[in-house]
Design a protein around this ligand. Structure first.
Ligand SMILES: C[S@@+](CC[C@H](N)C(=O)[O-])C[C@H]1O[C@@H](n2cnc3c(N)ncnc32)[C@H](O)[C@@H]1O
Length: 281
């Protein structure tokens, strides 16, 4: 029984970091005039209303995308990401937030393809309606994204961006995310992979980045953004990180330019900080 619903968290600081990097990765792929596949192993509902339903409950977006929406000093590299969110909203007010599939939809070209996995029946239904007019360009499966990814690699165009974004509601997700990335990279070593993880008190979450950095991949980048001190009771997420395999060589410099501003803007207390490291030969 799946209980995680991304609607509760839509547009929070973790989404901001993840979706900004996603936009950077897609824009980089778009520089070459050759089609690619965007594969989302854990796609979510596609898009989210912020002013009603689950997202309005804890209003996590008020500490995330809201802080960028009308920032007068928004750094230039963040502009495309914020523009994609703006295009998803009809007016001046921030009322809706696009999930990763909708962000990809905004940037994919006619010959690019999307392969989405979403196991939760309600979110799968919402995802299908969000893409009702997309035709054969977009394929949505109500199946396990970890094993589903394996079957798609290597993809026919020999170019792909894979987002691995599980909820980590269960401990097993840490192992599965790691193993899936390791195996996917063996099957298709020239793909670009982006794995998201939460910063929690949990040992699995603390150990994951170091484990990922030991993977035998040709190039990687790791970025994390901690928004504040871990809570004294040990509950809740205090930040998040991304591990990117085969990142564009320009990505670390872009992030280096933006992370000080982003960390200040998303900070909830003095514990806010970022980390950026990479190995790109
Ligand atoms: C963190 S959310 C995805 C958010 C989305 N990628 C985005 O950035 O907008 C994780 C999603 O994975 C779904 N899910 C959980 N386990 C899954 C599995 N094994 N395979 C596919 N989807 C799964 C959940 O229902 C949830 O919607």
């Amino acid at each position: 029984m799946l209980s995680y619903r991304h609607a509760f968290h839509a547009g929070n600081p973790a989404d901001v970091l993840k979706h900004f990097v996603l936009v950077e990765l897609l824009q980089h792929l778009n520089q070459k005039d050759k089609p690619y596949w965007y594969i989302d192993t854990h796609a979510g509902a596609g898009g989210y209303a912020l002013d009603s339903g689950y997202a309005a409950k804890n209003a996590e977006y008020s500490k995330g995308i809201s802080r960028l929406w009308s920032a007068p000093d928004l750094p230039a590299p963040l502009a495309t990401y914020v523009d994609v969110v703006r295009a998803f909203n009809s007016g001046e007010r921030l009322r809706a937030y696009p999930g990763s599939p909708m962000i990809a939809q905004a940037l994919l070209r006619d010959d690019d393809r999307m392969r989405l996995f979403e196991l939760h029946s309600t979110d799968n239904r919402l995802l299908n309606s969000a893409f009702a007019d997309a035709g054969r360009r977009v394929n949505i499966e109500m199946a396990d994204g970890f094993s589903g990814l394996r079957k798609l690699l290597p993809p026919p165009p020999r170019r792909a961006l894979v987002l691995i974004d599980p909820p980590y509601e269960i401990r097993e997700d840490y192992r599965l995310a790691f193993e899936t990335l390791r195996e996917a990279n063996t099957r298709f070593p020239i793909g670009t992979y982006c794995l998201w993880y939460p910063q929690l008190h949990r040992m699995e979450s603390r150990d994951l980045p170091a484990k990922l950095k030991r993977l035998p991949v040709s190039a990687w980048m790791h970025v994390s953004l901690t928004t504040g001190m871990p809570s004294p009771d040990g509950y809740g997420m205090h930040g998040s990180g991304l591990f990117v395999v085969n990142p564009p060589w320009t990505l670390p410099a872009t992030l280096k330019a933006v992370l000080p501003w982003l960390t200040r803007t998303l900070a909830v207390d003095d514990g806010a900080k970022f980390e950026l490291d990479f190995k790109i030969p």
